[in-house]
Design a protein around this ligand. Structure first.
Ligand code: FE2
Length: 262
């Protein structure tokens, strides 16, 4: 049968919505409670919806019983402090799974490439239902930072770099793309990340906000890319050697709380 997908989103794997006027809203993300959760860099997370309404951010499939990234339970103590963020996450009317604000400390491009990962949103998602994708609403003003997407992890020629000024709204098939954010700083980056189920509601929302996958990459010097590519290969080799020294292989290492985000 296959999954229900958004045609526009499926074409390139991402859509960019109209920019939101972030300056008109209070900085609710400074008021909510964060938990330490290392993921794709130096990060903390503030959940608005979680598996059972607790302030924790683990993947729903790690809970008992395990389930897919849908039917998130809103956390009253967070929602009351972040009504605008909650309203934005629920505006599409699509099923919401995990919903949280990420705090990401500054990094460099080679960190970003090292942090590239694919999400696992559709684990346990039954065939015939809507494909889970993720909304990224940039809250802090990070015009020089980039959501970095690759269909092929090690191929820089297919890289998509989307700048992240405040109010940027993008939806990404994060299970399809290797992704991470290059955040230049100097302050932490804050972004609302929401798991949505694809379907008519999300399509209507994308249409309402003029979603487009037309995009032109900002320039990045070839020597910068080449240097970062080499650095990542070196770091991956070092990691593999460290794992081998412990008698482990990639994939067997228990990464504990690491839950890839962006
Ligand atoms: Fe991710």
């Amino acid at each position: 049968m296959g999954y229900v997908k958004s045609a526009l989103l499926d074409e390139k794997g991402f859509v960019i919505l109209d920019a939101y006027d972030q300056t008109a809203d209070p900085q609710e993300w400074m008021d909510i409670e964060y938990v330490d959760w290392k993921s794709s860099g130096v990060t903390r997370f503030a959940p608005l919806a979680s598996a059972f309404g607790n302030i924790e951010v683990n993947g729903f499939w790690h809970h008992s019983p395990p389930r897919t990234d849908k039917d998130g339970v809103w956390i009253d103590s967070q929602v009351v402090k972040a009504p605008r963020l909650t309203a934005r996450a629920t505006e599409p009317g699509a099923n919401v799974g995990r919903c949280r604000v990420i705090e990401l400390q500054p990094n460099v491009y080679s960190d970003t490439l090292y942090n590239l990962h694919q999400d696992d949103n559709n684990r346990l998602n039954p065939d015939g239902s809507g494909w889970i994708v993720r909304g990224f609403f940039n809250l802090s003003d990070d015009a020089e930072s980039f959501m970095t997407l690759r269909e092929d992890r090690f191929d820089p020629t297919n890289e998509v770099r989307i700048a992240l000024p405040a109010g940027t709204q993008i939806i990404v098939d994060t299970q399809r793309f290797w992704h991470a954010v290059w955040h230049k700083g100097p302050e932490p980056r804050y972004c609302l990340i929401t798991s949505w189920e694809s379907g008519p509601q999300l399509d209507a929302y994308i249409g309402k906000h003029h979603g487009t996958n037309a995009h032109e990459n900002p320039y990045l010097a070839p020597e910068v890319i080449a240097s970062a590519q080499a650095d990542v290969q070196r770091r991956l080799a070092e990691r593999a050697a460290a794992l081998a020294a412990r008698g482990e292989k990639e994939g067997e290492y228990d990464e504990g709380s690491i839950d890839p985000e962006a």
